[in-house]
Design a protein around this ligand. Structure first.
Ligand SMILES: *[C@@H]1O[C@H](CO)[C@@H](O)[C@H](O)[C@H]1NC(C)=O
Ligand SMILES: *[C@@H]1O[C@H](CO)[C@@H](O)[C@H](O)[C@H]1NC(C)=O
Ligand SMILES: *[C@@H]1O[C@H](CO)[C@@H](O)[C@H](O)[C@H]1NC(C)=O
Length: 222
């Protein structure tokens, strides 16, 4: 492990210990410009998307098998279920929310009652609807710092190399660093019906996966 890796391990531990539940990584400067899709077919976007990778990594570090399921409420409102399995207990959990389509590819997602649905916090930078979606969120509270979340979502739990290349191309086009992307564990997961209903349980506790995969990945990529 080189010096830089040790530093990142330290940061990883700090972030994990101190910021658990804080969703976003800080970066210097204002939110950079990104290119959101020009046209967006919300109906084609509905259904199950598996989280292939995302940053920041700290937010859902104890979770695996993460997916989102989007359903239509009306022509500009989408229901959101984000579900995951706790890697240590094997127990499923989910949060439900709503998203309002504000402009093509720009959604305001909220998980709490009363949370405003007016500011886009979920930007679709690219999707082919059938294999991948690249989603981005950035907030700059001051001109000095911005907080980003980036997701690669895939229709298949274990997508092809080509699918991931297509998604990463979108990141490159937007000059979004891949250095902070951490792959989400999608092994030994419950199988889902097309509509998101669970078919069968995956397996139980997966501490080994966590120790052998996630931590080295995080360090390697940092
Ligand atoms: C969405 O629905 C509203 C009323 O339900 C309607 O006025 C509007 O034209 C619809 N928009 C589209 C794009 O279909
Ligand atoms: C979400 O969790 C609730 C229990 O908290 C459960 O009844 C429901 O089936 C879950 N939904 C999904 C889609 O996993
Ligand atoms: C999901 O689909 C399965 C069959 O494909 C069906 O049995 C189940 O009722 C559906 N669940 C929901 C919530 O629509």
């Amino acid at each position: 492990m080189n010096h830089r890796s040790s530093l990142w391990l330290l940061i990883l531990l700090m972030v994990n210990g101190v910021w658990l539940g804080s969703a976003q990584l800080p970066f210097p400067g204002k939110c950079p410009d990104v290119k959101v899709v020009d046209t967006f077919d919300v109906e084609a976007y509905l259904g199950v998307w598996y989280e292939y990778s995302k940053y920041p990594f700290a937010f859902e570090i104890g979770k695996k098998c993460i997916y989102a399921n989007y359903g239509l409420i009306d022509n500009s409102t989408v229901s959101v279920v984000n579900a995951a399995i706790n890697r240590f207990t094997g127990l499923p959990s989910n949060v439900t929310g709503k998203a309002k389509l504000i402009a093509p590819g720009q959604l305001a997602v909220a998980f709490y009652p009363g949370q405003s649905l007016t500011k886009a916090n979920y930007l679709v930078l690219g999707t082919d609807y059938e294999s991948y979606a690249v989603v981005y969120s950035c907030t700059s509270l001051t001109p000095l710092a911005n907080f980003k979340v980036v997701w690669i979502l895939t229709r298949q739990r274990e997508p092809s190399v080509e699918t991931i290349e297509a998604a990463k191309k979108i990141l490159d086009e937007n000059k979004i660093s891949q250095a902070f992307l951490i792959d989400t564990l999608q092994k030994n997961c419950p199988q889902l019906e097309g509509n998101g209903t669970e078919l069968a349980g995956g397996d139980e506790i997966d501490l080994d996966d966590f120790v052998t995969t996630v931590v080295p990945n995080a360090i390697e990529k940092a």
